[in-house]
Every structure is written in C-alpha cells, then in structure tokens.
Design a protein around this ligand. Structure first.
Ligand code: ZN
Length: 348
C-alpha cells in the first residue's frame, strides 16, 4: 500500500440496483452509474480520519475522497480500510491501533448520520441507498494486525473482509511485498480462513504472495475478493494478478475489484514510484514527512490516463510468465463435521 497512498486506491464494483425498464444497453454510462449501487472496496482515508483528525464532511483539497466527493461522484458504499502501519506501531500495539481506527470511522459515521450509515450486509447497503445514505463498511488490511482468535471481535466492529497480508508477511502466509513472496498458506492461516468463513468475513487476496494466492483460493470454500488489485497483463507488478489468477477468482465466484492507482496501470510509473520510495527512505524522515516527500516526487511523474484500463482489451503487451498454471477447481475434501471440529480447536 505504500504506493497506493500516493495514487488513489479504488476497487470499484457496480451492483445493479433496480434500473428502470429501459434495457441496460439503452442507458448511457452516466445513467448506468447513477442507477447502479457503486461500491468501492478499499479506501485509505481511515488513517487521515484517525490520525490527522480530517473532517470527512468537508471537501479536502489533498484527498481524493471525502463525503462531498462521494456524493458528487455517485459512490454509494465505501469499505474503509483498517490498516496498522508497521512503521508507526510496535507489534504489541497493532490490535489496539486497529480498534482505534474502527472507533474513529464509527465516530465520523455518527457525526454525519444524515449522509452516511454503517452497513454490515448487502441488504443494509441497499436499504441505505434507498433512503439516500452512503454506506460505510470495513475491511482489515493485513493479518499482521490480527491475533488468532480476534476475528470475532473484528467482525463485531464491522470488518467484512480481511486482506490476508499487507506488504509484509502475516501469520497466514507470504506477501507479494517482501522476502516472504515464496511462502504459501500456513496451518494458522487455514484455521483463520475456516473461522472467517464461519463468521461470514470475506478472504481478500490483494497483497498476497503468488503461492499464498493459489493456496488460499484452493482452500477457500466461499468466494474470495481481491479488494484492490489489477492485471499483470496491464502492468507486470507483483501486486497485480495474472490471467490465470483472474480466471481462478472467476471460477471461485469471487470478484477482482480494479485498482485505479497509476502504479497498477503502468509498469514504468510503478518503477518510478519505487525509486522515489527508495530515495526518500535514505533521508531518515518521520512517517508523515516521508509520505509527503514521496507524494510530491511521484506527482511529477508522467501521468497515466485511466483510459489505460479500457485499452487493455485492444493491445496485448508483455506476457508475464505464470509459474502457477490454472487447475480445475480444487476443493478440500473435508466434511462439514471436519470443519466444525477444526473451527472449535483453539488457534495456536
Ligand atoms: Zn493495499
């Protein structure tokens, strides 16, 4: 997510919401957008609300998302990302910090109840949209913030997905963002996925290592999401997904929610951004200043048009090698009883 904080993160899903009798093809893209329930599955505004005391009800010049922009853009539901930066907090404080972020967003929701309302289910989102409220949902980014056994409390707070890793490995498995990128799903990870599925929390495969992706999607019984990843066919970077991965998510019945961040659409931009981070890290700056320094440098990179997303179908750039070719849908052969038994076992 380091790079994602510079360029906006958007995993956007459109959900049909009772369009009028005209057929979808007769609708303009603007009509379709307005009639659909538009869901963004990942926003990093949580940390600005929590740590900078940003008033989300007012237009914020240096943010790409706030309540007025959501209204203007026809955004109906937003997943707020609960993310504890390992550079900001010591491991023993991760969980408490995550709860602090939930509290800050819940307070923002309460303070703006005429505009935004907490949603825990798809039915809540539809009901909120009907009464003209934006829905706020939560996803936890990175299981490093989670202690085994904490899933139920996270769910209670509102978490509806857990990104199995952030850019660092978690007890669940390896990340695409560090030296653990060859590591797959651990025994602890299997138990956490069991518990998440029992509770009704989605498995999010954005940020995971390739082996963890394949292990998780073979293990999961329920649909998974990638809350903010794009395609390696478009930009061959580890945070994006190969065609085989995209097809595997489709077979699983899940969803890949497109990331509009420039470094997800263009490999050169991603390389420029990485170089900016590497340079800035040598300066020994405090976190906020480090982030601003990178943001300023990245803002001078050649812009990447969003139209790159639709150009993908027209051009066939580099073909990334996929070390994990697709397999027939593989499911665990366990019985319901096995699963119940495993779910009862305490996490190690
Ligand atoms: Zn992220």
């Amino acid at each position: 997510m380091t790079g994602l904080r510079v360029a906006v993160v958007c995993g956007t899903v459109l959900v049909a919401a009772g369009c009028p009798s005209r057929s979808a093809t007769a609708l303009s893209h603007r009509d379709l957008h307005r009639h659909a329930i538009v869901v963004d599955t990942h926003s990093d505004c949580t940390q600005r609300i929590t740590y900078d005391g940003v008033d989300f009800a007012k237009p914020q010049a240096d943010m790409q998302l706030d309540l007025p922009k959501m209204r203007a853009g026809g955004l109906d539901a937003q997943f707020f990302s609960i993310f504890v930066g390992p550079w900001r907090t010591k491991p023993e404080g991760y969980y408490v910090e995550a709860l602090r972020q939930f509290d800050a967003v819940h307070a923002m929701i309460r303070a703006n109840s005429g505009t935004i309302a907490w949603a825990r289910t798809a039915a809540d989102v539809r009901a909120n949209a009907k009464r003209g409220r934006i829905s706020a949902l939560f996803g936890v980014e990175g299981a490093h913030a989670l202690l085994p056994g904490d899933e139920a409390e996270m769910l209670e707070q509102g978490a509806r997905y857990l990104t199995l890793t952030w850019s660092v490995a978690s007890p669940i498995g390896g990340s695409s963002g560090d030296d653990s990128d060859g590591r797959g799903l651990t025994d602890v990870g299997r138990r956490i996925i069991d518990e998440m599925e029992r509770l009704g929390m989605m498995v999010d495969v954005s940020h995971v290592s390739d082996p963890l992706f394949w292990d998780a999607i073979r293990y999961a019984r329920k649909p998974v999401i990638a809350s903010h990843s794009s395609a390696r066919e478009l930009a061959n970077v580890p945070r994006n997904m190969t065609d085989a991965m995209l097809k595997a998510v489709a077979r699983n019945g899940g969803a890949v929610c497109v990331n509009f961040g420039s470094s997800f659409l263009d490999r050169d931009f991603a390389a420029g951004e990485q170089a900016a981070w590497a340079r800035a890290r040598t300066l020994g700056l405090p976190p906020q200043e480090l982030w601003r320094t990178v943001r300023d440098e990245v803002s001078r990179l050649p812009p990447v048009p969003l139209s790159r997303l639709v150009e993908l179908g027209r051009r066939r750039p580099e073909k990334p090698a996929d070390p994990h070719p697709p397999e027939p849908r593989a499911r665990r052969g366990r019985t319901t009883k096995d699963r119940q038994e495993q779910a009862r076992r305490p996490h190690p």
